[in-house]
Design a protein around this ligand. Structure first.
Ligand code: PPE
Length: 306
């Protein structure tokens, strides 16, 4: 995967890619004290547009607030502008955008007030997150042997860097076992989310997804709610058990990086007829049109870079 670009935005300046380096004694590197976002820009008939940019930047600031950062010297509007400047300076149309606020310059003794927040924004061309075949054929997943965070162990609504060690444990295990993704259960044993996606179940024409209590409030998840509803489907937030996955007609996952991907198999059990499902396909198609600015009623989700 090529992650090269011309510039990375760091604390208010566009720094050449190879100069965007940090010191070994950056506390965020040692303790995972940082918050990040994953955002995508897509080419549209009116030029490159960033999908739901304001919602992503607002979630970034909410994550920083949850982690305990105070006095961040940038506003949501500053970062919206900086994000567009970074995409434009790099000349990308379709790219992934990674803003990160991290604890810098002090912060030892495990106290967020001991250091100060630094801010960076990187962009790169990131194609198929779950593999080239995933869109058409779906992927194979297993139930991870690792449990998703308890809501009072980690703050599950916040995209805190350190939270992702839990995802790395699960994903590494799944890939080593020969699967493409891990489904994680919450401490009560109900389905929570995947390592980097929310999850939906389709049964008898109804769409069900776990409530956001133990998981990230996915922005793609919200877009899917709106799109599925507009397509005439009932979408319910309900606890989902492991066997409900096995008995589903379709299961799909969604996130900024992954977009919308069907699951063909879970724990060696075929889901539906063992391919990405029909309703999944309908939602995928509508989502892909929306992100590329082709659907008038969702055009307000596209924030034009130019
Ligand atoms: N749950 C988790 C744990 C998660 O990390 C993501 C995004 C989602 C759900 C979906 O959220 P949203 O992107 O707002 O729809 N995962 C990001 C990071 C992926 C990575 O490998 O890093 C992403 O998709 O950008």
């Amino acid at each position: 995967m090529g992650m090269e670009s011309k510039f990375i935005w760091m604390n208010g300046e566009l720094v050449p890619f190879e100069k965007a380096t940090l010191h070994f004694l950056t506390p965020a590197l040692h303790y995972g004290v940082g918050v990040f976002e994953g955002i995508r820009s897509y080419n549209t008939p009116k030029g490159p547009a960033i999908f739901r940019l304001r919602e992503h930047v607002e979630r970034l600031f909410a994550s920083a607030h949850v982690l305990g950062f105070r006095d961040i010297p940038w506003t949501v509007d500053d970062i919206i502008k900086a994000t567009k400047d970074t995409v434009r300076a790099n000349g990308f149309t379709d790219c992934y955008i990674r803003p990160l606020i991290y604890l810098d310059g002090g912060g030892w003794n495990l106290n967020v007030d001991g250091g100060k927040p630094s801010f960076g924004i990187a962009v790169w061309e990131w194609g198929n997150y779950l593999g080239a075949e995933a869109l058409a054929n779906g992927i194979r997943a297993n139930i991870s042997s690792f449990t998703r965070h308890h809501v009072n162990v980690s703050m599950t609504k916040a995209k805190i860097a350190g939270n992702y060690v839990n995802s790395v444990l699960a994903k590494t295990e799944s890939v080593r076992l020969g699967f493409e993704e891990a489904i994680m259960l919450d401490p009560q044993g109900y389905v929570a989310e995947c390592t980097g996606e929310n999850l939906f179940v389709v049964r008898r024409g109804k769409i069900i997804t776990p409530s956001t209590a133990p998981v990230l409030e996915g922005i793609t998840r919200h877009s899917i709610f709106v799109i599925a509803h507009d397509l005439g489907y009932q979408v319910l937030e309900q606890p989902v058990s492991r066997d409900q996955l096995y008995m589903a007609d379709e299961v799909f996952v969604c996130g900024t990086a992954a977009e919308v991907i069907g699951l063909s198999e879970i724990d060696y059990r075929k889901i539906g007829d063992g391919r990405s499902g029909k309703i999944t396909g309908e939602i995928q198609k509508a989502f892909h049109e929306a992100i590329r600015g082709k659907t008038a009623k969702y055009e307000h989700w596209c924030d034009y870079v130019g």
